[in-house]
Design a protein around this ligand. Structure first.
Ligand code: PLP
Length: 499
């Protein structure tokens, strides 16, 4: 074994750079591996030593190491630490251009660039919520109550549909989506989200994620500056990074995105990504003064605003807050909606409401990507909405989620009092919990050993600090009895992590 000390990796980080610190560390170590400076079997320092060495938080160092572990660059050996993987794939890319430094020796590996810059960025895209292999379990984030989905009803509509589909619908269709579905969506957002739009403004997409990706491709050039909520949704961060944008993290406080801070830091930004109805992951709604300030700034700066309205249908203590799109009189807001939380994620259907001038452009980009979503699924979804099943399902799920949230709250009070404090949940499918003095990453690792998922809040930050020591706990897919047992295990995980 090659016990080369990690100092030889000579990672350089720049706290003023726009790239998150953990990404800089990740990139530094990966560069050393690709360049052959850190050969298979080289032992890496512990996250604690790495953090001390680089003067970053332990969380930041852990995030970088975990990313490298999950991509197979590193491996752990029980009790011995973390090493450069012995079985690195033969077709590893060489050091991406622009990443070579005077300190890295050239590898005996192929020197030609293998991945594009975009490819390398996408390969290193942030992962977000912790997920163990296998079916949903306590406290999975991002999965709605799929156990309660009326699958028999859905299946009936699926079976019925092919008989009523005209042959013409088997041909290539409209890149913006099936007309009846677009009309059904326009009707739904008008009723439920307090905004006006015509079916012509709607582009049906394969989930919100494809919507975000398409918008970034169509509107951003490499180097453009964009505001991103800090903390924020990793999927949006990946789409922004994939388009070459320079992300400016803008802090979120009790009123949502801090518009003044964004304007100070990047007044020339071309785009802003926000989740105003239910900030992801903190859960706060954006206040009206902040919404108005954001729209005013965007109009003056001629910047675009992406409103990601991924789960606002589920409210427990507040009345519906109309979406930002409904307040926009300048056509700067692009609304992204999804059926992943309201129905089920594997459906892969969502929609974008675009200003008229953009509709054709987005549809054109859609044609390059995958032409359009499958026609049958779109037709089934249109029937599901128009026959009234969608609003019935939302009502039923709202009640079920309220019950599941109450179960989570009661179980936390029973098993984790004093160690874990749940923040108030007004909307959505997950809760944020603050931890008192126990490291969230260690809790997450101990929780995984006990078969439960507890995502560190820090995973959603580009620049985590000590103040971000908390967990994100999903409750939507967790039955009350499972929540109870899960919380018991989480308490055991916290006890183990604090030893
Ligand atoms: C904030 C946010 N936006 C978008 C999405 C992506 O949704 P979709 O499954 O429609 O791509 C998610 C999924 O968890 C999300 O949490």
């Amino acid at each position: 074994m090659n016990d080369r000390p990690a100092a030889n990796l000579l990672i350089r980080i720049d706290p003023r750079a726009h790239d998150p610190l953990q990404y800089q560390i990740y990139r530094g170590i990966r560069r050393a591996i690709l360049a052959g400076v850190a050969t298979p079997g080289t032992r890496l320092p512990s996250s604690r030593a790495l953090a001390d060495d680089l003067r970053v938080s332990r969380t930041t160092a852990m995030l970088a190491l975990e990313q490298l572990l999950s991509e197979g660059y590193l491996a752990t050996r029980r009790g011995a630490g973390t090493f450069v993987a012995e079985d690195l794939p033969d077709d590893l890319p060489s050091v991406p251009a622009g990443e070579q430094t005077r300190t890295t020796r050239r590898a005996p590996r192929p020197t030609r660039r293998w991945l594009s810059r975009r490819g390398a960025v996408l390969a290193a895209a942030p992962q977000g919520a912790q997920r163990l292999v296998g079916p949903p379990r306590a406290f999975r984030v991002g999965t709605p109550g799929i156990d309660l989905f009326p699958i028999t009803l859905w299946q009936r509509i699926v079976n019925r549909r092919p008989r009523s589909i005209p042959a013409a619908h088997l041909d290539y269709g409209d890149a913006a989506g099936l007309r009846p579905l677009r009309e059904a969506i326009a009707g739904h957002v008008q009723m439920a989200r307090g905004t006006q739009c015509s079916a012509d403004q709607i582009v049906v997409v394969a989930g919100a994620q494809q919507g975000l990706d398409l918008i970034c491709r169509v509107l951003l050039d490499p180097g453009d500056r964009v505001w991103m909520e800090e903390p924020g949704y990793p999927g949006a961060r990946s789409a922004l990074l994939g388009s070459g944008a320079r992300i400016v993290p803008v802090r979120v406080d009790a009123e949502g995105l801090d518009v003044r801070s964004g304007a100070r830091r990047a007044g020339d930004a071309r785009l802003v990504y926000v989740t105003p109805s239910h900030q992801y992951p903190l859960g706060v709604p954006m206040s009206l003064p902040r919404r108005l300030a954001l729209l005013k700034w965007a109009a003056a700066a001629r910047a675009w605003v992406i409103e990601d309205d991924y789960d606002s249908e589920f409210r427990y203590a507040t009345r519906a807050i109309p979406c930002l799109h409904g307040l926009d009189s300048d056509g700067r807001v692009i609304y992204v909606g999804s059926f992943s939380k309201t129905l089920f994620p594997a459906l892969r259907l969502g929609f974008v409401i675009v200003p008229n001038a953009l509709q054709d452009r987005l549809a054109a980009a859609r044609r390059v990507a995958d032409q359009h979503p499958p026609a049958l699924e779109q037709a089934v979804l249109a029937d599901f909405i128009l026959d009234g099943h969608f609003s019935r399902h939302l009502r039923r799920m709202r009640m079920a989620y309220r019950e599941r949230l109450e179960a989570l709250t009661a179980a936390a009070a029973r098993f984790c009092r004093g160690a874990l404090t749940l923040r108030a949940v007004r909307t959505g499918l997950h809760a944020v919990a603050d931890l008192d003095g126990i490291d969230a990453f260690r809790v997450s690792v101990e929780a995984a050993k006990r078969g439960i998922e507890a995502t560190p809040l820090a995973a959603y930050f580009a620049q985590p600090t000590r103040a971000t020591n908390g967990l994100v706990l999903g409750f939507a897919v967790v039955r009350p009895d499972v929540s109870y047992r899960g919380m018991e295990r989480l308490a055991a995980a916290m006890a183990a992590a604090s030893r």
